[in-house]
Write a protein that binds this ligand. Sequence first.
Ligand code: FMN
Length: 274
Amino acid sequence: MAEAVILKSLTLKNPFIASSGTCGYADVDFIPLDKFGAVVTKTITIKPRAGNKPPRLVETPAGLLNSIGLQNMGLKAFKTFLAKFEKPTTLIVSVGGESPEEFATILRELSTYDLIDAFELNLSCPNVKTGGEVVGKDYAAVSNILEASLNSSKKPLLVKLSPFTEQLEEVLDHWESKVEAFVLFNTFPAMDIDTQSGKPILGAISGGLSGPAIYPIVLNSVYKYSKAHTLVASGGIVSANIAKKFLLAGAKALEVGTGNLWNPLFIETLIKEV
Ligand SMILES: Cc1cc2nc3c(=O)[nH]c(=O)nc-3n(C[C@H](O)[C@H](O)[C@H](O)COP(=O)(O)O)c2cc1C
């Protein structure tokens, strides 16, 4: 039976967290979300977004390629949704934006909701102004968002980084004492091509790779940085054995995304076997 974990101020009844984008707004009924230590909502942006053009999901030999984009109902509708929502477990709301001000606005408006336990900043959001680079591209970009976010949020902040964050070590070292935890990592930029048509399969051409293909890369970073940092591992946890590797590498908690999509009852295996 998996035991409770404490990140810094946040206690989870077990180390397993359902990842953003794989369990709706923490409201899907085909996954037993109440069994998780916490659940992260789909990333919320100020305005509603329709997401990318289809096809948006492709299976590859060792992982799932997605280009859902930031499809979500937007801040206003999410507040209406929250008014009647009964959370299944500890609730973490994923927040996205294209500028520090957008992050700050969402955090300010949602900080008044008692049922939200923490926020997760999605620093892999594409920034249209810089040609689609992730908003948390490097130390300066991450720092600008974190300064604005820490001034605006009344709840603990988890910071979910892109795997290609430049000056990652500086980011971790400088902000460790001010955030609840870092989440390593979001999906890895990737694509696939249909050999019949000769064209990219995804409507958006590129997407993000998740699933077992990425776990050894994520494990490498978690092992390297876990001695000095509070880390939540995210990437390729699709078996109890892989989950154990991340705990051995020093992760305090584990996010599970593709594992839930492949097997909606995966959490039961994790609780029993890890
Ligand atoms: C269909 C799908 C949608 C996702 N949407 C989001 C999202 O809105 N925000 C976010 O931060 N991550 C999103 N992710 C990334 C996951 O939260 C997770 O970090 C990533 O898939 C790696 O973990 P995994 O290998 O366990 O799936 C999405 C992943 C998938 C597969």
